[in-house]
Design a protein around this ligand. Structure first.
Ligand SMILES: [Mg+2]
Length: 249
């Protein structure tokens, strides 16, 4: 066996677990729950097999979930770093902000609190005037406003995305299926992964090996930082990168 420690940076939703209607295999294993404790997301048998294969690696979530929603994930379990809210927060195994991340985050978050509230108000206004069946809210993580989440039918979301993009200057518009997120520049999965890699390299003796797992186009920048990247079938990345020409997505 290689003495090199293996770290897997893993997106969660639609990579390692998903809602029941998106599962293309059975039987399903419960993976995450809603606030009432009802199962909301599941593993397919292929995902269970993949997680077994990764047992020799330290799994680090790189997720759009905030810490509260990450705690609703019961499988897989995490014992190392955690990256939440699309990279806005970098936490240690104790679920506290990494001291080395805290100062930069607080500076950026106070700068972006105003613009986030403003773009959320514009989104609410567009939803009301266009009569869109969408729900918008500012997501907080550890009390810090980190991004605007808008959920609803994909067609209405892409209409809103088009209308809102001009109001979201240097921010990123993440859009995949029934989710749209307006991300400030400090919610950056690649920057967070790069930061954790530097922390890891300060503590391990042998050079670490990095595996990345993700499904969304906005996962690509952090996947590029890894030695290997794993992309699920039927994902947004696959549809864009190597779907058969003319095949439905
Ligand atoms: Mg995902």
């Amino acid at each position: 066996m290689s003495p090199q420690p293996i770290f897997a940076f893993v997106d969660l939703d639609d990579s390692l677990l998903q809602t029941r209607e998106k599962c293309r295999q059975a039987p399903l294993t419960e993976a995450a729950y809603d606030r009432t404790g009802a199962p909301l997301s599941f593993h397919t048998p292929a995902q269970i097999a993949l997680l077994e294969l990764l047992q020799g690696a330290s799994l680090i979530p790189v997720t759009g979930r905030n810490l509260r929603a990450l705690r609703q994930v019961r499988s897989p379990r995490f014992s190392s770093y955690r990256i939440t809210s699309h990279g806005a927060l970098v936490l240690g195994p104790d679920e506290d902000l990494l001291p080395s991340w805290r100062a930069g985050l607080h500076h950026q978050a106070s700068e972006w609190a105003g613009p986030l509230a403003e773009v959320a108000a514009i989104a609410d206004e567009l939803i009301a005037t266009e009569r869109l069946a969408l729900r918008s809210r500012v997501i907080d993580d550890l009390g810090i406003p980190v991004y605007v989440s808008i959920k609803g039918p994909p067609v209405e979301l892409s209409l809103l995305a088009e209308r809102i993009a001009p109001h979201w200057g240097t921010g990123v518009v993440h859009s995949n299926d029934k989710n749209l997120a307006l991300l400030p520049p400090f919610a950056d999965k690649a920057a967070a992964v790069r930061h954790v890699m530097a922390e890891i390299e300060d503590t391990v003796e042998a050079p670490p090996v990095y595996i990345g797992i993700g499904d969304s186009l906005t996962d690509l920048p952090f996947l590029r930082l890894c030695h290997f990247a794993l992309v699920p079938q039927h994902s947004q990345i696959q549809a864009q990168a190597w779907a058969e020409p003319g095949a439905p997505g």
